[in-house]
Design a protein around this ligand. Structure first.
Ligand SMILES: [Mn+2]
Length: 420
């Protein structure tokens, strides 16, 4: 009894973290980096922040658009950003007393400038300022895939708008020390969530109860949301890649796949573990598990600058994992298992759980990625995925999620604790 309570208390004592771990100077530096590129291109950049009623369904609180947040740290709705080679402008909506009754006082132009941006203007000054700056520029950059840019299209008429992705995404892919610390914090809190789930999981429990145990750990630690809807799949559900109904009762003898992580201070984590619900893998489950783990370890060992996450490419990490899976074990029909590894090997993680970074791009030092091979065999009701987060370094990689065991025996030993 006591060991279990002690363990739970220890898990929940995750240290608090600053609301915004990024200092104003770092936001300034990010904008300076973009403005340097704008100077070369003789261009201006316009970004639209998220608006308050974008979702319109009352279910979700306001969250800033990731690129807007990356360049400003600004967390209030309805803002617009204009960057030029030599200047920067943050445009903010005027006060709205009716809205403020619901969501509180908002910062407005004229308040003492604590935004960190050189110029803060009323949103109704946007058009005239934009055209003034456009007179001195040749190109306009914006994020085109966001519908809200249609008013910008109306303003610019025939002048083409180029994608700002090429300006911002390469910066977002190289994580700063402060970002790495923030991501590590999200990873640590999510690891605590997984450990709490391991102590809780038992036959007869519903998947949503395990999900609740996990989300509680990171919400209790001050994280603002799940990085993605929790995936807690038992038995047959473990073979459904993005299963998130989480409404099945789990049974002894099944595996439980948990792809669950929290987003804290805007930075996401992404972690998956698969455990035996009754504490011990069956022979077949253990065989499949060890193949996935072997594939993951082979890929992790090969991570270094220049390698790629993509499938059909030189220096492919995916190929390393696939070849391992395809050359170990067999299906019930005696076929190789490669065809049961049905998704990508990994992705970048940061402000978004799927952060900018195409799989074919060679990895660089400062990237944060996941490595997450899996084998899903519906006819056997066995799905195993093991997902860890890594920081790519000059010579290899640092495992950010090393504190969460993945070795099958270590997992079983941890599960054994709950019986005492
Ligand atoms: Mn992932």
């Amino acid at each position: 009894m006591f060991p279990r309570i002690w363990a739970v208390l220890a898990l929940l004592s995750v240290p608090a973290f600053a609301a915004d771990p990024i200092q104003p100077d770092e936001y300034r530096q990010r904008r300076a980096n973009v403005r340097e590129k704008l100077a070369k291109e003789k261009a201006v950049l316009v970004l639209y922040g998220a608006s308050e009623d974008e979702r319109g369904d009352l279910r979700s609180r306001f969250f800033q658009e990731a690129n807007f947040y990356y360049l400003t740290g600004w967390t209030e709705p309805g803002a617009r950003l204009l960057l030029t080679a030599t200047d920067e402008f943050l445009f903010l909506p005027p006060r709205n007393e009716v809205k403020e009754r619901y969501t509180g006082r908002k910062f407005v132009p004229g308040d003492p400038n604590t935004t960190g941006l050189a110029n803060v203007l009323n949103l109704n000054r946007f058009e005239v300022t934009f055209f003034q700056q456009l007179d001195k520029s040749e190109k306009i950059f914006a994020l085109l895939n966001i519908n809200k840019n249609s008013p910008l299209k109306r303003l610019t008429g025939q002048r083409p708008i180029e994608s700002a992705a090429s300006l911002i995404f390469p910066l977002r892919q190289i994580k700063s020390p402060a970002e790495i610390a923030a991501i590590q914090h999200s990873a640590d809190v999510s690891i605590a969530a997984h450990k709490a789930a391991w102590l809780r999981a038992a036959s007869g429990l519903f998947e949503y109860q395990v999900s609740a145990t996990m989300t509680n750990v990171y919400f209790e630690a001050g994280c603002e949301r799940s990085s993605y809807p929790p995936i807690v799949g038992s038995g047959p559900n473990s073979t459904i890649l993005h299963y998130n109904r989480n409404d099945r009762r789990m049974d002894a003898g099944e595996v439980l796949l948990m792809d669950v992580a929290g987003e804290c201070s805007m930075y996401a984590a992404d972690i998956t573990r698969t455990i035996p619900i009754n504490g011990k893998f069956s022979t077949r489950q253990r065989e499949i598990y060890d193949i996935v783990l072997g594939a993951q370890r082979a890929a992790i060992a090969a991570v270094k600058p220049g390698m790629r996450l993509a499938k059909e490419t030189e220096n492919s990490l995916h190929k390393i994992a696939f070849d391992y899976i395809n050359s170990h074990g067999k299906s019930l029909k005696g076929e190789p298992l490669g065809k049961y590894f049905t998704h990508g090997l990994g992705h970048h993680v940061g402000l978004d759980v799927h952060d900018p970074g195409a799989p074919v791009q060679p990895l660089e030092a400062g990237n944060v990625i996941t490595i997450e091979p899996g084998i899903y065999i519906p006819e056997e009701g066995i799905g195993v995925r093991i997902e860890d987060m890594l920081l790519v370094t000059e010579t290899g990689a640092k495992l950010l999620t090393a504190a969460l065991p993945s070795d099958a025996s270590a997992v079983e030993n941890y599960l054994h604790e709950r019986k005492r």
